[in-house]
Design a protein around this ligand. Structure first.
Ligand SMILES: [Zn+2]
Length: 282
């Protein structure tokens, strides 16, 4: 069992940094709740948060709470300010190899998942790093007062990427395993996002790199194309759309339903399909 303490920075009467009509306390909570959600896909983890809403928490409350609970790792997402751009993280000065390895893993995975400008792995004497009795890391996820970073932080999909980066790092550092129940069903396809590799997808979906290669003949394994769809599991039939074909014809032809084809392929309400598009049809 790995006990993970997530401490979204600021909250309540303390807004943290403010800029570009964004509040640090709101962003850190969004990131932290997503981290919790994604971590729950893994076996043998327990998660506790310093706050799950807009509560005011003193720094002492936060570290006392984590220490009393006996956390194995302390992760505190923040948003930066003061005229910079990108991502950096902090551990306590002079910490040992265990904490440095966790910092390495989270740092690399956040950069991979977000494409943030990399400001490096740093050390600093901060309360939550000093007073916590377990390996602790504080992450600074972009600058609220930088218009480029702020524009990214306004997108929920980017917040998801930030959280996924943290989780991928924790997964690597603690060698976490996906829950069996989270294995995708037959014919599942994954849409490639920044940072995905065959290895990370094999970990995410509980399969192997070789299986993924077999299911996706001809893909460039060194540079997965962002936005492309990869077959994760077998058992499905795919059809390349030709001119004039409709979803209802394909459903008839393959003995499936319009509803199924719509949901397998994330089609919009008009069932828009394109010539040359590969659709799952059975
Ligand atoms: Zn902060």
């Amino acid at each position: 069992m790995v006990k993970i303490y997530i401490d979204p920075g600021h909250g309540g009467t303390d807004p943290g940094a403010v800029g570009n009509s964004l509040y640090e306390k709101i962003l850190t909570l969004k990131i932290a709740l997503k981290i919790k959600e994604y971590l729950e896909e893994y076996e043998d983890v327990q998660i506790k948060m310093s706050r799950t809403g807009d509560q005011t928490r003193s720094l002492t409350y936060r570290t006392d709470d984590a220490n009393a609970w006996g956390a194995d790792v302390y992760v505190s997402p923040h948003i930066n300010a003061g005229g910079g751009v990108g991502y950096e993280d902090f551990v306590y000065p002079g910490v040992g190899q265990t904490t440095l390895a966790i910092q390495d893993a989270i740092h690399n995975e956040v950069i991979k998942a977000t494409g943030f400008n990399d400001r490096g792995q740093k050390q600093k004497n901060l309360h939550v790093l000093r007073e916590s009795h377990m390996p602790a890391i504080l992450t600074e996820n972009g600058f609220i007062d930088n218009s480029g970073d702020a524009a990214k932080l306004k997108q929920d999909s980017f917040i998801d990427d930030v959280a996924r980066g943290h989780v991928n790092g924790i997964v690597k550092a603690f060698n976490l395993r996906k829950k069996e129940t989270s294995k995708p069903s037959k014919g599942y396809r994954h849409t490639v996002v920044k940072g995905d590799t065959l290895w990370s997808l094999s970990q995410k979906y509980g399969t192997t790199v070789n299986n993924l290669k077999k299911l996706n003949p001809g893909i460039n394994v060194d540079a997965l194309q962002i936005g492309s769809k990869l077959n994760i599991t077998s058992g499905a039939t795919y059809h390349t759309v030709k001119k004039g074909e409709t979803v209802s014809e394909l459903a008839k032809k393959y003995g499936s339903t319009i509803k199924q084809i719509k949901s397998w392929n994330d089609l919009d309400k008009n069932y828009t399909i394109y010539v040359g598009e590969s659709l799952r049809v059975k």
